[in-house]
Ligand binder design. Structure first.
Ligand code: ADP
Length: 610
């Protein structure tokens, strides 16, 4: 085991202590009492046995009471802490998952979008699925390590007198020779090392199986086919009899877990040998220990009751030693998986480096300026925005129009820092937006994207996106967005979709869009950005939204992307995007007068609206 592996493991334990401090403490207490419990039995039963041999009834009664009382106390402590530990144990998996989901949330959006990072994350999850490699194993080894250390420690304390007590019968004096201690300890070490060596070999075989992607692939394959029960894929699987494919694959030599798989063959061969050899050597060691202790008892070094105690203690030391060695082996095997975990957790988040506060202003006196902004998506060569210069005034309404793919949504993504510009700067009140605290900066935007998502929670949770919900404001926002609340059987408590509540409502595209708009209104941020929010609305709802647009947005700054130019008429300024550039800029009247791209688009749509 290398220093690097130790460091990796210590970091995992520190991390776990941070997310679950009580878990670690309870685990230590629980393993201590559990390790001590058999010794309490061994120690006091030995005393009782000696008392029985003394045939003094007073002593027998006294030892019996002590034995029962000590048993009761230690077992009670064991169960109390075991119960506490189990309670903590139930949640540790979720706490580890939360480490990952928190990291996911903290990642820059462009990283979430990155294939390599998704692959890294799914590696971590797949490794975890194979015997919990990664943080879960780090967690279980923490417990195993303490178990082993306590077993060894208490065992040593209890067996010191086995070697110090001298035999009475001189013909057995050789049993007291210091070489005997060396012999017993050396054979214990040797067998423990060998047993663990074999156990580690088995462990390493499985780790390799996971690392080489064989079992990962096998698991994925099976997970995929487990989808028989998935309503979405079941029709196709049934119609085409895809289950027939699984059988032959399972039988193939290359299948990860089938009867002809490499692991099945290894189990019959070398892995099987390791197991048998371990059992054989442990039994041999037990025989040696039994003979030694029995001879010392026979030679009257101690009373017969102590025999059980010494055999018990020595056996526990031996088991503790082999556990210790296998824990170390497990830590070593787990280290490469922890490295993958840290590679993910250590991805820097550029977005969170800013520290300026955006100072929520009552007057919403914000001004945003794009200065020579150009942008290409990560890992692409094409500029989708080219030298954009635009400034929007407080309280103004800006419409962005243009053909599909002209860069409108990208412009919004840069504005709300899902991506940073490749060149140029975006300024908020004259300061580069990168310098602001990311979370505070995000607070000043209410955005409805074209591909917004609602969640299978209640309507009010979808709108408020918060634990504290102002129900009146939820209803108000839904009304402003034109949502018909009367149709919801439980009002704002109605669940959306069927994932969580089977009585949930499957809202239509138009209704969903209104809920998304209500969510943006509820947030009450100074900037309201609507990216084609009306695409799924019927013409009546659409015109309702447009008519109320001023009322909806009140004195906020609005950026409004739309295909339907009739909605842009109401805006103070209109930017016409074409091929990543702002081709035209001005009011509806000015742009019509100019007779450019806007006029062409307007004329084309005017026919449609007439
Ligand atoms: P619009 O909103 O005007 O329809 P977009 O801003 O969505 O246009 O897209 C502008 C260009 O950027 C398009 O050519 C599109 O293919 C490209 N694009 C959009 N998203 C990505 C992405 N995540 N990665 C690479 N290219 C993208």
């Amino acid at each position: 085991m290398k220093m690097k592996d130790v460091k990796l493991t210590l970091r995992a334990w520190r991390l776990l202590f941070k997310v679950a401090p009580l878990y670690m403490t309870v685990v230590i207490a629980s393993t201590f009492f559990n390790a001590a419990s058999p010794y309490v039995t061994i120690y006091f039963s030995a005393r009782l046995l000696d008392a029985l041999y003394s045939f003094q009834s007073d002593l027998i009664v006294k030892e019996m009471v002590i034995f029962i009382a000590m048993e009761a106390v230690i077992k009670l402590l064991c169960f109390i802490f075991l119960r506490l530990r189990d309670y903590q144990d139930e949640t540790i998996y979720y706490r580890i998952q939360k480490i990952y989901s928190d990291k996911m949330m903290a990642l820059d959006y462009e990283d979430v979008d990155d294939q390599n990072i998704s692959a890294l994350y799914s590696d971590i999850i797949e490794n975890q699925r194979v015997s919990g490699y990664g943080l879960l194993v780090a967690c279980s080894t923490f417990e195993d390590l303490f178990k082993a250390l306590f077993a060894i420690g208490i065992g040593i304390v209890l067996s010191v007198s086995l070697f110090t007590k001298k035999v009475v019968d001189p013909s057995f004096a050789f049993l007291d020779h210091p070489y005997m201690i060396v012999l017993i300890t050396a054979s214990m070490f040797t067998v423990a090392m060998l047993v663990s060596y074999f156990a580690n070999k088995i462990q390493a075989y499985w780790a390799d199986y996971a690392k080489n992607g064989i079992s990962t692939f096998g698991n994925r394959y099976f997970m995929f086919f487990m989808n028989f029960a998935n309503a979405k894929t079941a029709p196709d699987i049934r119609l085409y009899g895809q289950d027939r494919v699984l059988g032959p694959v399972f039988e193939q030599e290359s299948a990860a877990f089938g009867p002809h798989s490499p692991v099945a063959k290894a189990s019959k061969g070398i892995l099987g040998f390791y197991t048998v050899a371990s059992i054989f050597m442990s039994s041999l060691l037990s025989i040696i220990i039994y003979i030694y202790v029995a001879l010392k008892t026979y030679a009257k070094a101690f009373a017969i009751g102590s025999m059980t105690r010494y055999i018990g203690a020595i056996t526990k030391i031996f088991l503790g030693l082999s556990d210790l060695i296998s824990v170390l082996g497990e830590l070593k095997a787990n280290a490469p998986f922890l490295e993958v975990v840290y590679t993910f957790l250590d991805i820097p988040s550029k977005k969170y480096q800013g520290s300026l506060t955006t100072e929520k202003r009552q007057d919403s006196d914000y001004e945003v300026e794009f200065k020579n902004v150009s942008f290409k998506y990560p890992n692409t060569d094409v500029y989708v925005l080219k030298n954009i210069n635009i400034r929007f005034k407080v309280g103004s309404k800006l419409a962005i129009v243009g053909k599909n793919g002209s860069g409108k949504t990208t412009f919004i993504k840069l504005l709300c820092r899902l991506y940073d510009p490749s060149e140029g700067q975006i300024l908020l009140n004259g300061i580069d937006i990168k310098k602001y605290r990311y979370d505070e900066y995000m607070d000043i935007f209410s955005i409805v994207f074209q591909d917004y998502r609602l969640f299978s929670f209640s309507l009010k949770e979808n709108v408020a996106v918060n634990k504290k919900i102002d129900e009146k404001k939820v209803i108000d926002s839904l009304c402003k967005a034109g949502f018909d609340l009367d149709k919801m059987k439980d009002g704002i408590d109605t669940y959306l979709y069927k994932d969580i509540d089977e009585d949930g409502v499957m809202v239509s595209g138009g209704e969903a869009q209104k809920i998304a708009i209500a969510r943006a209104l509820y947030k009450d941020a100074p900037f309201v950005i609507l990216d084609e929010p009306t695409a799924a609305l019927d013409p009546i709802s659409e015109s309702e939204i447009y008519e109320h647009l001023n009322e909806l947005i009140e004195d906020k700054t609005a950026v409004f992307i739309s295909h339907r130019l009739s909605s842009c008429k109401f805006c103070d300024e209109i930017a016409v995007f074409d091929d990543g550039k702002i081709k035209e800029f001005g009011t509806h009247g000015e742009l019509l007068k100019n007779g450019g791209l806007y006029k062409t688009m307007w004329d084309a749509q005017a026919d449609y609206y007439r």
